[in-house]
Design a protein around this ligand. Sequence first.
Ligand SMILES: [Zn+2]
Length: 404
Amino acid sequence: MHGLQAKAEPARVKSALSTNAVKPGKSGRMTQTSFTLHASDGRARTGVISTPRGDIRTPAFMPVGTAATVKAMLPESVRETGADILLGNTYHLMLRPTAERIDRLGGLHVFMNWQRPILTDSGGFQVMSLASLRKLTEQGVSFKSHIDGSKHMLSPERSMEIQRLLGSDIVMCFDECPALPADRDRIAESMELSMRWAARSKAAFGDRPGHMLFGIQQGGLEQDLRQHSAEALREIGFDGYAIGGLAVGEGQEAMFGCLDFAPGQLPEDRPRYLMGVGKPDDIVGAVARGVDMMDCVLPSRSGRTGQVFTRLGQLNIKNARHQDDPRPLDESCGCPTCRNYSRAYLHHVFRSQEIISSMLLTWHNLHYYQELMDGMRTAIAKGGFAQWASEFHAQRAQGDIDPL
Ligand SMILES: [Zn+2]
């Protein structure tokens, strides 16, 4: 089962499926958040998450703004690529410039000049991957900063406080995620701890109209552990549900194997978010299996290392084959990079380590990712997702255009 088989007629679900806290805020602005599914096609679905800061069209790709910036991009340029929402990293922001300072300066939206929705992670994953001298207890994780060695503590309560100070629109539960491969006992133990932390996160989050709290399913690649985790989270009740603990080195086949069952274990009427994914074909495969939201540093990080994503797969602008090539990265791409600059120029500024190289390649990559999401949303709405996906794979199989 791939979930790519389109039904003859897409099942259309017009009604708002989940809504919370419908009441005007102090400013008179509606403080409602909701998730409305517009159509599904196989297991793929399209809809809208509404927040007071704007709508998020799903399936959605969230560019990563780790340190209150999507590197090499102005916020208005990120918006021009079609992004409805950004992701910010709790771990990085709590260390520098600190959540308290961002709060004093008006919150993360004002601080970084992005007025649309922001999702923040809980900090848990990056503590485990970046910090040193970590100590994990039932209470939380104490650690030393990778920046200056200072001591810090993250717990469900502290993570909720930081995400509130940042002003995040979509807040993630504080969880623990073991690196794969790990043995089943370790995965089960970690998942149970994450479920206790999910309950504490919900209690600490409290009642915040206009903001959403997402639970995070854990359980590695084990179907029964994932089911147990999904039931524990449903019992607590969240505005959305993330699939955590994937894209941590298990490979695409294992990840898709898990996504064949994991999204279906989560409530159908809430957004499903696959954390930290991924390459274009990972994203298409995840959407085919019922995922609504994703984030990844890949398009922006690759923009800084000369890796370019196009309809025809991936290319490396550093390669000598581009140095006399007057053609754009992709003739069919409407981004400013492709409209105005040749491969030869992009090759030159990359080799010369000019700042504009990161700017132009990141813009193109983010534009490509958002076009990919838009293509999927349109295809799902029309009931043509399987056809769209087979064209996507066929184009990539062609590979980059021949050198001149
Ligand atoms: Zn382009």
